[in-house]
Design a protein around this ligand. Structure first.
Ligand SMILES: [Zn+2]
Length: 186
């Protein structure tokens, strides 16, 4: 009996060591997440704007939904949590921005509402291609889910991302965000 317990202890220690090495190796490129999230890894949304921008959002949504970690579900004007739209403003808080996300809810609590704006005139001025704009939409949806800016060169959450699609570390971060209680961040 005593021997079995000791052996089990050694096994657990070895497993823990392997896990720790994995975490340390990944830490530098992990996509960070904040203290807030939605109650469940899914939200309802409505999208407005030109047909072109509705397609940009639809493509970004398909990309995130296909990761299997979060679902953006079409809602109605009367019932939705997230508003996806556009603005041609270039001044004030929108100066030099490609997109912006506003999230609402109690501090360090669950989000209950969010709004994303793609800033169409800035996107045109700085010659963002359709592909670049889809990446901006994917980045903003990352904020909607609770992700924060990454310094990893291939992350969709790079602060000024234009060229990166969703990376493996970005997907892992969404999974971790929704397996980590609200109030705790990475
Ligand atoms: Zn951002």
């Amino acid at each position: 009996m005593k021997r079995e317990r000791i052996r089990l202890g050694v096994l657990v220690l070895a497993t823990t060591l392997v896990l720790n090495i994995g975490v340390v190796a990944e830490a530098s490129s992990a996509t960070p997440f904040g203290a807030s999230r939605w109650r469940e890894p899914r939200v309802t949304y409505v999208v407005s704007g030109s047909r072109y921008y509705r397609n940009i959002y639809a493509t970004a949504i398909r990309a995130w939904n296909s990761t299997g970690q979060f679902r953006f579900i079409q809602g109605s004007n009367a019932h939705h949590q997230v508003t996806l739209t556009t603005s041609n403003s270039t001044t004030g808080q929108y100066h030099m921005l490609a997109g912006i996300t506003f999230t609402y809810g109690p501090q360090k609590g669950y989000y209950n509402q969010a709004k994303v704006l793609l800033l169409t005139r800035n996107l045109a001025t700085y010659h963002y291609t359709t592909s670049n704009q889809i990446h901006v939409a994917e980045h903003e949806l990352g904020h909607v889910m609770g992700l924060q800016h990454s310094t990893a060169r291939n992350s969709v959450m790079l602060a000024d991302n234009r060229y990166n699609g969703i990376s493996r570390n970005d997907i892992t971060a969404v999974k971790k965000r929704y397996h980590t209680p609200v109030g705790r961040h990475s």
